[in-house]
Design a protein around this ligand. Structure first.
Ligand code: ADP
Ligand SMILES: O=C(O)[C@@H](O)C(=O)COP(=O)(O)O
Length: 414
């Protein structure tokens, strides 16, 4: 089988994609950053990058480094994974990375397919829906780093890439493979489009998209498309080493879904909100205080929740007071240092909410690779890392994924 080389622009996205690849029967390894050492025999490698909100030139450099390393590891087909809600800014980073990977892979054209119907992400006439809302009317319009205010992906991507962008609409997909091929030919060979935004309302549409993109050396999109890949030969329910002990939940996401999950967990778990002003002033000291608060709870076997906001209004206020980037970085550093302190104190189970937050936490722990285990909910697998001489179980939760009781039921799936 072709070894699939994937680059995910954030860490929750990496575990999301890897979980779906495992579900289709592919042995899958996640590396934190480009792989350096030879990897075990595998069907797919997912490189977790933290490039969603960095300057576009840095995102391009990281993607090209990862692509080179994946090629050296024997990968022959490539996947650029970004968010199912197309999280990006007018400057990028989805478009610039696609441009660079088109050149690096020699792909004549590629698809942009964020749809993930199992998680309510669908695309119709190039417009992205989150559940029954257009992207621009969903909670994503208030995202602290990548507010998404335009649901028209052809327009959004068109502003980011130097190539013409086309649309593979639902009606054409439903008309069958021959009609799809003819439409693609018209847009690419005749019209010069290099990226086609693909409609998809359900798994049947994703299967049609997968079929039309099967020969391409590069595909781009969310993790939903992975579920449409032809089945592989590995067991779809992967087992991973597990560690005992209570779970610490660190939530730095302020999506509507995470805020609801946090509110639910506050009724059941000992909890502490990160004091934002303290975090901005001194992340390591703030983390030490939070870890010291958590210790007695953990020692008696109780899980804990540390989180960064009760309400969206607090985010706006904090951004006004300190600046959006400064407060985001300070909170990421605080939660990352808290994870370091908690694991140094013996915690072996962590659930981290938020892509940027997960990137900060996993990097601070010095983890180089993750193995993928059972799914907690669509797009959220348990993983295991070697850490301090034993397994550390990590669930990296995308801001927008998971049921309301996720933080208190996640361990049932380990
Ligand atoms: N109270 C807050 N005020 C301002 N920014 C916040 C607050 N809480 C969290 N953030 C920042 O918002 C960002 C959320 O991004 P991320 O962790 O990727 O979550 P999501 O997965 O929901 O996108 C992080 O950079 C985090 O530090
Ligand atoms: O595709 C998705 O929605 C997720 O895999 C993803 O990228 C998560 O991003 P965050 O919501 O920022 O965690």
């Amino acid at each position: 089988m072709t070894v699939l080389g994937c680059m995910a622009d954030d860490f929750t996205g990496a575990t999301d994609l890897a979980g779906n690849l495992v579900a289709t029967g592919r042995r899958t390894v996640i590396t934190i950053g480009a792989p350096v050492d030879p990897l075990p025999e595998t069907d797919a490698v997912v490189v977790a990058l933290k490039t969603r909100t960095v300057p576009a030139a840095d995102a391009v450099r990281a993607a090209l480094d990862a692509h080179r390393a994946l090629r050296e590891q024997g990968c022959t087909r490539f996947w650029f994974k970004y968010c199912s809600t197309f999280d990006s800014t007018p400057r990028g980073n989805i478009g610039p990375v696609i441009d660079a990977l088109l050149d690096a892979t020699g792909a004549p054209w590629t698809i942009a397919c964020p749809a993930f119907p199992a998680n309510g992400r669908t695309v119709y006439q190039g417009h992205l829906f989150v559940g029954d809302r257009l992207l621009s009317e969903s909670g994503m319009r208030h995202h602290p780093l990548t507010p998404m205010t335009d649901p028209d992906l052809v327009r959004v991507l068109g502003a980011q890439t130097r190539h013409p962008v086309g649309l593979l609409p639902h009606a054409v997909l439903r008309a069958g493979a021959a009609a799809t091929r003819a439409h693609v030919e018209r847009l690419t060979a005749v019209g010069g489009a290099r990226v086609l935004v693909t409609d998809a309302l359900d798994d049947a549409d994703l299967a049609a998209v997968e079929q039309c993109a099967r020969e391409l050396p590069l595909v781009t999109g969310g993790s939903g498309l992975a579920l449409a890949l032809p089945p592989g030969a590995a067991p779809a329910a992967a087992t991973i080493p597990t560690a005992p002990g209570p779970l610490a939940v660190l939530a730095g996401s302020v999506s509507e879904t995470t805020i609801a999950q946090t509110a639910h967990a506050r009724r059941l778990l000992p909890h502490r909100k990160v004091p934002v002003a303290d975090a901005v002033a001194d992340p390591p000291a703030t983390a030490r205080h939070l870890a010291a608060w958590a210790r007695p709870h953990l020692d008696t076997g109780n899980g804990v929740l540390v989180y960064s906001a009760d309400h969206r209004e607090e985010v706006r206020d904090a951004q006004k007071e300190f600046g959006a980037e400064r407060v985001a970085t300070a909170l990421e550093e605080t939660l990352a240092a808290c994870a370091r302190d908690l694991t140094a104190g013996g915690v072996r189970r962590l659930l981290v909410a938020g892509g940027e937050t997960s990137g900060a936490v996993v990097s601070a722990l010095g983890i180089r690779a993750l193995t993928v285990g059972p799914a907690i909910a669509p797009g959220i697998p348990w993983t295991s890392a070697d850490h301090r001489g034993g397994p550390l179980n990590l669930a990296l939760k995308s801001g927008n994924f998971g049921p309301e009781d996720l933080f208190t039921t996640a361990e049932d799936h380990l």
